[in-house]
Design a protein around this ligand. Structure first.
Ligand code: CA
Ligand code: CA
Length: 306
């Protein structure tokens, strides 16, 4: 009743992360027997994630990450010369990313920022678009759609998502997120009888922005995240409503009426507010805000159970 009285909590938020080519690159190495060469390209594309923080709070200690789709592509073509004997060119490549079943677990890391870490081994990466063209010892063209290179990163290779509060408006908060995703691929491609070992390793950094609903305080009747005289005015104007009252009309204790008991709750909560400006221009670490919100909820809960 007291918590989540406004919109639903931030469970299952669909978020599109846009890959930052300035921070994302993939190095592809191709080799035959003892010779190898490599090339590096910047990456572009998007990663679509379902972020599930569960119910009851903005960010618990453990959450779930489901990468529902993702498309990672180099901004150019790879040209790999192997000891002057062989040239491997990878044209128009792109890799799909999804989460292996079940969803990956994200664990909140210690620190001032809200950062979650997840095991990159929970993700499946498939280099399945483009062509591998070999010239030299062997000449052949391999369609990656027909022979995809599929892997996940080794267990213990971690990615992370860092969340920063950007603005708060009413019961909603806009969150900026940065996902750092390690990618590792390894396969052997048969190029006309010559076995070409292909490995790819790099990092994807992707940005996103989304909105979550904040836990509500029952005495914040106008749901602007602070309990003050404006809320008292709402209670006063509706005092005596015998039934069908709601939080928005001054019923803080959920009994359907606006009465003296609701005033006592308002009096207790009067002055409750987030400790940071509602529309900070500079992103603030969210931990303090979230801790304050949790504290406010705890105060309300504690008072009710007392
Ligand atoms: Ca208010
Ligand atoms: Ca009431």
């Amino acid at each position: 009743m007291l918590v989540g009285g406004s919109a639903a909590v931030a469970a299952g938020v669909d978020v599109e992360f846009v890959i930052d080519p300035m921070q994302s690159e993939l190095e592809v190495t191709a080799g035959v027997s003892f010779f190898s060469g490599s090339d590096t390209q910047a990456l572009a594309g998007t990663v679509n994630a379902l972020l599930d923080f569960g119910g009851g709070a903005d960010f618990p200690s453990v959450a779930e990450l489901t990468v529902t789709s993702g498309n990672v592509m180099p901004t150019g073509n790879y040209l790999i010369t192997i000891a002057g004997l062989q040239t491997v060119r990878i044209n128009d490549a792109a890799a799909d990313i999804t989460t292996l079943n079940p969803p990956g677990t994200m664990t909140q890391m210690a620190g001032t920022n809200v950062t979650y870490q997840f095991d990159a081994a929970d993700l499946s990466v498939s280099l399945n678009q483009g062509t591998v063209i070999a010239t030299g010892l062997a000449e052949s063209t391999v369609d990656l759609a027909a022979e995809p290179v599929t892997n996940s990163a080794p267990a213990g290779t971690f990615g992370s998502i860092e969340f920063t509060a950007v603005t708060t408006s009413g019961p909603y908060r806009t969150i900026a997120a940065v996902m750092t995703l390690p990618i590792e691929l390894q396969d052997t491609i048969d190029v006309n009888g010559v076995m070409v070992n292909v490995t790819a390793a790099g990092v994807v950094v992707a940005d996103a922005s989304f909105v979550i609903a904040l836990p509500a305080i029952a005495t914040d009747f106008d749901m602007n995240l602070s309990v003050d005289a404006d809320d008292l005015a709402i209670w006063q104007s509706n005092f005596g409503l015998p039934a069908s009252a709601t939080t928005a009309t001054g019923d803080a204790d959920g009994d359907g009426a606006v009465s003296g008991g609701d005033y006592l709750l308002w009096q207790h909560d009067n002055g409750l507010a987030p400790p940071a400006p509602a529309a900070a221009a500079v992103p603030e670490p969210t931990a303090a805000l979230l801790a304050a919100a949790a504290l406010a909820v705890a105060i309300v809960r504690g008072r009710r159970s007392a």
